[in-house]
Write a protein that binds this ligand. Structure first.
Ligand code: FES
Length: 308
């Protein structure tokens, strides 16, 4: 796993009452290049331990003098967004993972249809910069709640004109997706019900699956504490209520490959045996779940044995 990037918070601003934007500049050297749709994991040193939350990069991929992210305050999560909203100030130093992309643009598309719900606008900010530079054919459909989740609306209105379509509630997806040019791709990012609706509508209209792309919001959720038995290293660990299984392994010095930390990328797959597993991922099939679990999101009780 590559070493974390050291960055300084060089600017922050509130985009809405609930969304704060951060600009990061490198403490030394250069930031790695990234492609539209990439995310970074931000290391958040909470009193209960370090969280690593994934956030999409919103800045222009052609300009890697800085990175930018926008974070929606989630009052009822494990505290990562609260820490970023309430504790982090300009001048602070943070660690980031190198960018990774699980939601790439398809350069061959004849038309890019972007559908964002609320804070799901974030990956599309980098998309839009790249699409404008390529003079590509695209349109943005943006569903938001005014004053809460309408980040970047004014900027987008000025920048995109008639390419921007805004909605106070879920739009008529049939209208957006029917009779589009051959070679169109649709991308959606936002709450799961919106993603499901886009996929169902595209499927009903006969869109090939390889032209329908989505990125879900996903993150570890708290649960009951439980015990871990690591079979190969003969170690026993405890997973705290606010900690993910992956975080407990990392705190014990074990490196498990990971990208999304939200149960969608498949990187962190570990073989399990024993215990009752509460699978919370969206990657494994039911047959695979009998053998593997995704420690970034899944939990278990009373004691889970892992092939580690
Ligand atoms: S890190 Fe992506 S599924 Fe666990």
């Amino acid at each position: 796993m590559s070493r974390p990037l050291q960055v300084q918070v060089s600017a922050t601003r509130m985009l809405t009452q609930a969304v704060r934007e951060f600009t990061f500049t490198p403490c030394s050297g250069h930031l790695p290049a990234f492609s539209p749709g990439s995310h970074v994991q931000v290391h958040l040193p909470l009193a209960t331990g370090t969280l690593r939350n994934a956030y999409s990069l919103t800045s222009d991929p052609a300009d890697n003098r800085h990175y930018r992210i926008a974070v929606r305050l989630q009052e009822h999560s494990r505290g990562g967004s609260r820490f970023l909203h309430r504790e982090v100030q300009v001048g602070d130093t943070l660690q980031l993972s190198a960018p990774a992309n699980l939601f790439a643009l398809h350069s061959t598309a004849s038309l890019h249809i972007l559908i964002a719900g609320g804070i799901g606008i974030t990956p599309f900010m980098a998309y839009i910069a790249a699409l404008e530079q390529r003079q590509a054919n695209f349109e943005l459909h943006y569903v938001y709640r005014q004053g809460q989740s309408d980040a970047y609306v004014d900027e987008l209105q000025q920048r995109l004109g008639t390419r921007l379509h805004t909605y106070p509630q879920r739009p008529d997806l049939n209208r957006i997706l029917r009779e589009r040019p051959l070679g169109s791709h649709v991308y959606s990012c936002g709450p799961q019900p919106l993603l499901d609706a886009v996929r169902q509508q595209a499927n009903a209209l006969g869109w090939p699956a390889q032209r329908v792309h989505w990125e879900a919001f996903s993150a570890a959720q708290p649960g009951q504490p439980f015990d871990l038995n690591l079979l190969r290293s003969a170690r026993q660990l405890r997973v705290g209520a606010e900690q993910s299984l992956l975080e407990a392994l990392e705190a014990a010095g074990l490196n498990v490959p990971n990208l999304c930390r939200g149960g969608v990328c498949g990187q962190c797959k570990v073989r399990h045996s024993g215990g009752v597993i509460e699978h919370r991922d969206s990657f494994l099939s039911p047959a695979e779940q009998a053998e593997f679990l995704m420690p970034c999101v899944s939990r278990g009780h009373p004691c889970v044995s892992l092939d580690l």
